[in-house]
Design a protein around this ligand. Structure first.
Ligand code: 2RA
Length: 436
């Protein structure tokens, strides 16, 4: 009986013989059965799989060359040496640990994405507590087909929770995150309140998951533009050694919130009817326009968003002196941010090696075939786990420079998804959710 192996698993050769796939699969199904290829080197990853060795599950339809053309079959693969390849059945006994999770700001755009992603990713939930401001108390929200009542986000509301996913404004995170930590909760905060605190890890799990090992109860998730840009930039930094970078963003209105989406849609409709276009959320009409201002201006002439891109990129990549300049622009796109990146590197660059680095990176999909007009767009990368990277070319103004384009979902990788991925990765790697 091998059918469970098909439960949403995709073999990603770029991830090598890791345990991520096993983790995802086991998390989703509670057990695995199949033909496996066990590797000798023991590698415990927080799953009690009942084996000394760890294994990787590979969807067999991608193994037709190896004769496994039955899409319900798996195989065990050895990293160095095959111990055995023959048909047998294994039951993995997974520790059935589940987690009590709260969402602060559950009624907002990111809060709703969190609810839906926790369900679609089969996060091991023992409880999902929906918290919001007093005015939303009593509202019923759909959680996997069941109605859950929204409670007020008070300090006491965190009692008994393991994880609090904050999807609220910075002021709320400032007021309530310490209360959650005091009650033994791990806070994953998507606001900018704590991002630059020295004792708060700022984490994109594909890049610096290790930083979570020293958390003191709060872990911050980066700004959406930074998150999307680094899914393209970081693998190139690893390949060539980043020296300086220039970002130009194309940010969708969902980054501002539901009111901004409504404003764009209302302006498009008004335009079609020949009526006046009203703006309240943005200082200018956004439909059929661009606004080169995201957040307020600082004394240096850069906006808050532009400064965040500089400081957060430095912190996440561990490059405190990195030269960074950004121009952030709001565009009339509903969902997914895009970033044009010009980066200079220490080492000579090579397009084929750059493409290979992107293709091998867990957070990116290489979408780069200009002969066929193939490159990432915000529409294509809305509601996608990975960010799309394309238009990779030699930069003609920088030494050892590359120019490229990234599109990624600002509400997913830029917010809700990243927080969940942090929690998933910590659980998978056996990193304590409790403050050290
Ligand atoms: C924006 N970066 O797109 C913000 C959202 N956090 O406006």
């Amino acid at each position: 009986m091998f059918a469970q192996a098909d439960a949403g698993l995709e073999h990603d050769p770029r991830r090598g013989v890791g345990t991520d796939l096993l983790g995802d699969f086991v998390q989703a199904t509670g057990r695995a059965e199949g033909i496996f290829h066990v590797r000798r080197r023991s590698q415990r990853r927080g799953y009690d799989v009942g084996l000394a060795e760890s294994a990787v599950l590979i969807k067999s339809k991608q193994l037709t060359g190896n004769g496994y053309d039955n899409s319900t079959r798996c195989r065990l693969e050895s990293e160095r040496e095959t111990l055995f390849i023959h048909l047998f059945q294994i039951f993995f006994h997974v520790s059935n640990k589940t987690y009590r999770v709260g969402i602060v700001g559950a009624t907002g755009a990111v809060g709703q994405e969190l609810i839906s992603l926790l369900g679609s990713r089969n996060f091991p939930l023992a409880e999902l507590r929906l918290l919001a401001s007093a005015r939303s108390v009593g509202r019923l929200m759909d959680v996997g087909g069941k109605k859950v009542t929204v409670r007020e986000a008070t300090p006491e509301a965190f009692e008994g929770l393991d994880i609090a996913l904050f999807a609220a404004e910075g002021a709320i995170a400032k007021a309530l995150a310490p209360e959650a930590v005091k009650r033994g909760c791990l806070v994953l905060d998507k606001s900018s309140a704590y991002r630059m605190y020295a004792d708060v890890p700022l984490v994109l799990p594909e890049i610096n998951l290790e930083a979570t090992r020293k958390h003191k109860g709060i872990i911050a998730s980066p700004n959406c533009s930074t998150s999307v840009a680094l899914m393209g930039l970081y693998p190139l930094h690893k390949a060539f050694g980043l020296k300086r970078v220039i970002f130009a963003t194309y940010q969708s209105v969902s980054g501002t919130g539901a009111d901004a989406i409504d404003e764009l849609e209302a302006q498009v409709q008004a335009y079609a009817k020949g009526q006046p276009l009203i703006h309240k959320v943005y200082p200018y009409q956004i439909a059929f326009n661009l606004i080169p201002q995201v957040d307020s201006f600082g004394a240096d002439g850069y906006t808050g968003e532009e400064s965040k891109m500089r400081e957060e990129s430095r912190k996440i990549m561990g490059l405190p002196a990195l030269k960074v300049s950004a121009t952030c622009v709001r565009v009339p796109v509903v969902r997914a941010h895009s970033v044009a990146v010009n980066a200079e590197f220490e080492m000579p660059v090579d397009i084929a090696a750059a493409r290979a680095a992107i293709a091998a990176f867990a957070g990116a999909t290489l979408v780069d075939d200009i002969a066929n007009k193939i490159y990432p767009t915000p529409l294509d990368f809305s509601r996608q786990v990975k960010c799309g990277v394309g238009r990779i070319r030699l930069d003609t103004a920088l030494d050892n420079g590359l120019s490229f384009w990234v599109s990624g979902d600002n509400l997913w990788k830029g917010a809700a998804l990243n927080s969940i991925q942090i929690a998933e990765a910590m659980i998978r790697e056996g990193i304590s959710l409790r403050a050290s």
